[in-house]
Each structure stands twice: as structure tokens, then as C-alpha cells.
Design a protein. Structure first.
Length: 223
């Protein structure tokens, strides 16, 4: 029987299926995010299969977080966040790649939780999401998304960044607590993960709405 946590984790499949059904050429600026959703679906199914057969899921999850970090960076680049400073993108990508390689390969933690990398990329996504929302509000203040037939809460970029802020802020807190030894309190650890279990489907719902509101016709996000 599938547990509640597993069932809620599968909520990402809804976003993945809708993205598959609605995908067209106008979605290309959003493709890194959509690909991240699809990879998340595959990883969720793979993790369930491994867990059901008594195998650890650390290796595939550590590979997934690297893919997630990379795809979110690409998404922000496509949205114009690094337009004036392209080297910043490559610097952040290189730093994350080096940190992942050091912790997972050099330190041999590929089969365990890579806390330092998860802390770093969660913090980075939160900061970049806030910056992206600020840029969106500043440059698109007179566009139809805000003043016309749709409001900012229906803007896919706003929804994606808002969902990312919610999820990765809480993930950042969990990883910090885990790294500094609070994981020794089993009850506290369980309570944190129980909260994350319910935050996850809520954020997946936000991502689903973002996909549903992605324009069918080409629209420049940040000009």
C-alpha cells in the first residue's frame, strides 16, 4: 500500500503530464523548468521503485539535485536575470558543480545526503527567485499581465519563483538543522519532514498552475 508521503510526492506527476500535453514552441523559454518537472517525475518514480525493493535512494537523489540546480539556473538565464552579467551565470554554475563534485565524489558522499550542496543551491534558488520577481515587477509593471486581463498572480514566472521560494526556504532550514546535529532529535526531524511532505504537493500545485497559464503564443517574459 502506498503511504501518504509517497502519494503526495506523486503530485508532481500532475504538473509533468499537463506540461507534456500542453507543450509547444512558445514554451521554449520555460523549457529548463519543464524539463526539471519531467526529471522530478522520473526521479520520484525511480525512488519509489528503489525503496519498494529495499535499495537506497541517495545516489539518484544526489544526481537529481544537481540537475535541479542546473535547470533552475538555466531557467533564470532564459528569463533574462543574467542578461547584463552573463559571467555571473557561469560563475554560479561552476561553483555549484565544484561543490557537488567535492562533496559527492571527492568526499565520497554520493551514497549519503549531500547537505552542503543542498544548502548552497537552495539558498541560491531562493535569492535568485526573489531577484527574478523584483525584475519582473520592475520591467513589466505596464504589461497586460498586471494591468490588463491577467494579474501578477497568474504570471507563470511569478508563480514558479513564488513556489520555489516557499519550497527551497523550508528545505534550506531542514538541511541546516540536519547538518548541525539537530537530526539527533528523531521527533523534531519527523516533524520537519512531515511539514515538508505537505508543502511539496502545495508547491507542485503552484507549478501546475504556472504551466496552465504559460502563454500558447510567444510572449517575451523579460525584455
Amino acid at each position: 500500500m502506498i503511504s501518504t508521503a509517497t502519494l503526495l510526492g506523486f503530485s508532481i506527476l500532475i504538473a509533468g503530464i499537463i506540461a507534456l500535453l500542453r507543450f509547444n514552441k512558445s514554451f521554449m523559454p520555460y523549457f529548463p523548468f519543464i524539463l526539471c518537472i519531467w526529471i522530478g517525475c522520473v526521479n520520484e518514480l525511480l525512488s519509489y521503485f528503489l525503496w519498494q525493493n529495499g535499495w537506497h535512494t541517495s545516489v539518484n537523489n544526489n544526481i537529481y539535485v544537481l540537475a535541479e540546480a542546473t535547470l533552475f539556473l538555466l531557467f533564470f538565464r532564459n528569463m533574462g536575470l543574467f542578461e547584463k552579467q552573463p559571467p555571473v551565470f557561469w560563475g554560479l554554475f561552476g561553483a555549484l558543480l565544484i561543490l557537488w563534485g567535492w562533496e559527492n565524489i571527492a568526499e565520497g558522499k554520493i551514497a549519503s545526503v549531500s547537505s552542503w550542496f543542498r544548502i548552497a543551491y537552495s539558498f541560491l534558488i531562493v535569492i535568485l527567485s526573489i531577484a527574478m520577481i523584483s525584475l519582473l515587477l520592475y520591467q513589466n509593471i505596464h504589461t497586460p499581465w498586471i494591468t490588463g486581463e491577467r494579474n501578477i498572480f497568474q504570471h507563470p514566472v511569478f508563480l514558479i519563483c513564488g513556489g520555489a521560494i516557499i519550497f527551497f526556504t523550508f528545505k534550506l532550514v531542514i538541511e541546516i538543522f540536519w547538518l548541525y546535529g539537530i537530526d539527533h532529535s528523531s521527533n523534531f526531524r519527523k516533524n520537519l519532514y512531515h511539514i515538508l511532505i505537505y508543502i511539496n504537493p502545495a508547491v507542485n500545485l503552484i507549478y501546475t498552475l504556472a504551466i496552465l497559464w504559460m502563454p500558447r503564443k510567444q510572449r517575451y517574459i523579460i525584455q
